[in-house]
Structure formats: C-alpha cells, structure tokens
Write a protein that binds this ligand. Structure first.
Ligand code: UT7
Length: 324
C-alpha cells in the first residue's frame, strides 16, 4: 500500500477590477494587437487598493473548502505559494490559518515565484506521504500588480492578480499510476539565472520591495527547454505516454510557451486548459486558478490524468502528474 494525496476540491478568487490591453495602451506605448499576438493575453484582474494577497487567498480557500464539502477545522496543514506576501513576515499562510479560525496544525509560505504552486503541491504531498499531515490546504495567491513598474511596457502588460486553492487528503493506493491522487512531482532550479527574472530590490538588499525586471527572450528560451524536459521526466516516471494524459494544465505565462509544450506532447488545444487570455500571468496562482476553472466547468473528471507544469524566476521549474 502507498500513501497518496487525493485532491478533494478546488477553489478560486479573482479581484473584481478588469484591466484590458486597451486600458494599458493608454498608459504605456503598447497595443492590444501586440499583447495578444506575443502573449495571448486580452485582459487581467487587478486587486483593489485595500485588497491584499491574504484576502484573495482566503476567498479561494473558502471556495475550495466549500467545493470539497469539508470544514476548515479538519485541516492540519496550510501552505501558501506567494511572491507577494501581505508582510515581509509572518507568512501569509498563518494569517489564513487564523482567518479560518484554526490554532492547530501548521502553516507556512513557499517562495518559488511562478513555479510556486507546483513547489507547494510537492511539499504538501510529501508531508502527507510521510504521515505528518492528513488534510492540507494548498493555495497559490498573488497581488503581482504590486511588483510592477507601470511605466515598463515589457513587464506591466504580462501579469495579473488572483488566487486558487486545492484541498489534499491522505488516502491509500497500490503504488502505480492507476492510483487516484498525486502520482509524482518533479522540482528543479538553477540559481545561475537569478538576475534573468527578478525584482530590483528586497528587504535584505535595498530595504524596498522592488519592481519586476525580466530578460523576456532569455526566460522564454529556457521555459521552452526546461518545460519540455520536465514533462518528459514526469511521463517517464509514471510509465505514461502523451496520449494517456487527459489534460495539460500549465502555468499561464505565454500562450506561445503553452502551445510549444502542447505540440511536444501532441495534445490538441481542446485538451489544454488555458486561462491566460482573461487572467494573464498570475504567477503562483495561475495553475490552481486554471484547475478550479476546468474542475468547475466539468472538464476535469474523476479518474483522468492531469499534467501540471510551471517555470519561473530563479530559474525554478517543475511538473506534477495527478489522477483526478
Ligand atoms: O512566468 C514566468 C515566466 N515568464 C515567462 O515565461 C515570460 C517569457 N517571455 C515572454 O513571454 C516573451 O519574451 C515576452 C512576451 C516577454 C516578449 O515577447 P518577445 O516576442 O520575446 O518580444 P521581445 O522582447 O523580443 O520584443 C520585441 C519588440 C521589441 O522592440 P524592438 O527592439 O524589436 O524594436 C520590444 O521593445 O517588442 C517591443 N515590446 C513591446 N511592444 C509593444 C516589448 N514589450 C512591448 C509591449 N508593447 N508591451
């Protein structure tokens, strides 16, 4: 018998304000045509001034708990993947713990930027597998708009705010890919690329939060390569062939990167969950937002194989194979 983490439910939250490409074209020298053609993005949600990452995360958490049909007090672990915590410390996760009325169990944040959700999923899965947790709330939440330089057209058009959450529960399987739950997770990083996608500040260096700086083409090139490699690794680990994957739910950074991975897997667009057009890149929130979208509209069905992949600053990248 093998201990597995099964996804009991998922939830999401998007701030009410929608900013279109045309809205941005009034602020910087860009166009709806350029943004759509180069990225696939049409619009993004932006948090209100008084809305914090924990507000978004809590709304997604309530939605996930409701979707799973469980009470918050049955959780024993909360992990929040975020690059934009409410405060430098404590972790946003402990704020969620308190807001859910809990003082048992443990809560902490994970920081792997756009790969954050895959990292948090792997961490929670491993805690469950070794028996240190039974029910985990895993959230990806970002107010990435707070890190943007709204005068820099090369970055400000790419990102949005939002939160997604899932509930994991310990179960037992036989140890092969016929089991339900997380079948495998695959994490990688290469810190030599620290400066290719970063903020130009931080609490331990400038004492400021800083703004996003990105060498777009460099990130693009590495994303295509690393995602291709990690997807191969994930399939090989589970003895799966691409045709056995029902759904690809990728990090939503650029439609062209998503299309590249789908093409490699020979997956038609109908089997790829994309939210980038309306959400833009919500960093750690993008995969759980996409999962919640596809679960709620009935695309993800019990027993199907779902492949997640992500790449972000660091560089960090990773993948997960889940039987829904
Ligand atoms: O989630 C974390 C991972 N992040 C990513 O995976 C992002 C990866 N990178 C990308 O998605 C793409 O590199 C971008 C979307 C960021 C940029 O697309 P690109 O096709 O690589 O464009 P580029 O950087 O080569 O720029 C092409 C041209 C440049 O002008 P010149 O030098 O050819 O005259 C840019 O100055 O487009 C210009 N440009 C813009 N024009 C209008 C750059 N940003 C804009 C803009 N509007 N917003």
């Amino acid at each position: 018998m093998t201990r597995r983490s099964v996804i009991l439910g998922c939830g999401s939250y998007l701030p009410a304000t929608i900013v279109t490409n045309d809205d941005l074209a009034k602020r910087v020298d860009t166009s709806d045509e350029w943004i759509r053609r180069r990225t696939g993005i049409r619009s993004r949600h932006i948090a209100a001034h008084d809305e914090t990452t924990s507000d978004l995360a809590l709304a997604a958490a309530h939605d996930a708990l409701n979707n799973a049909g469980i009470n918050a007090d049955t959780l024993d672990m909360i992990v929040v993947a975020t690059t934009t915590p409410d405060n430098t410390f404590p972790a946003t996760a402990v704020k969620i713990q308190a807001a859910l009325g809990l003082s048992h169990g443990f809560a902490f944040d994970v920081q792997a930027v756009c790969s954050g959700f895959v990292y948090a999923l792997a961490v929670a899965d491993n805690f469950i597998r070794v028996g240190q947790a039974k029910r985990a709330l895993v959230i990806g939440a970002e107010t990435f708009s707070r890190l943007l330089d709204w005068n820099d057209r090369t970055t400000c058009v790419l990102f949005g705010d939002g939160a997604g959450a899932i509930i994991l529960e310990a179960s037992t399987g036989i140890g092969d890919s016929s089991d339900r739950g997380i079948l495998s997770t695959h994490l990688h990083s290469d810190g030599h690329h620290y400066n290719s996608l970063c903020t130009n500040g931080g609490p331990g260096s400038t004492g400021t939060v800083g703004h996003v700086r990105m060498e777009g083409q460099e990130v693009f090139r590495h994303a295509v390569k690393h995602l291709s490699e990690v997807v191969d690794e994930a399939l090989a680990t589970n003895n799966l062939t691409p045709d056995q994957i029902n759904w690809l739910v990728p990090h939503q950074a650029n439609q062209r990167i998503i299309d590249g991975t789908a093409k490699k897997l020979n997956m038609p667009p109908e089997r790829v969950v994309t939210t980038i057009a309306d959400h833009a890149n919500t960093s750690a929130a993008s995969i759980p937002l996409a999962l919640a979208t596809a679960a709620k509209d009935g695309r993800l069905k019990q027993g199907q194989i779902v492949l997640l992949d992500a790449m972000g600053g660091g560089f960090t990248w990773g993948a997960a194979v889940v039987r829904w």
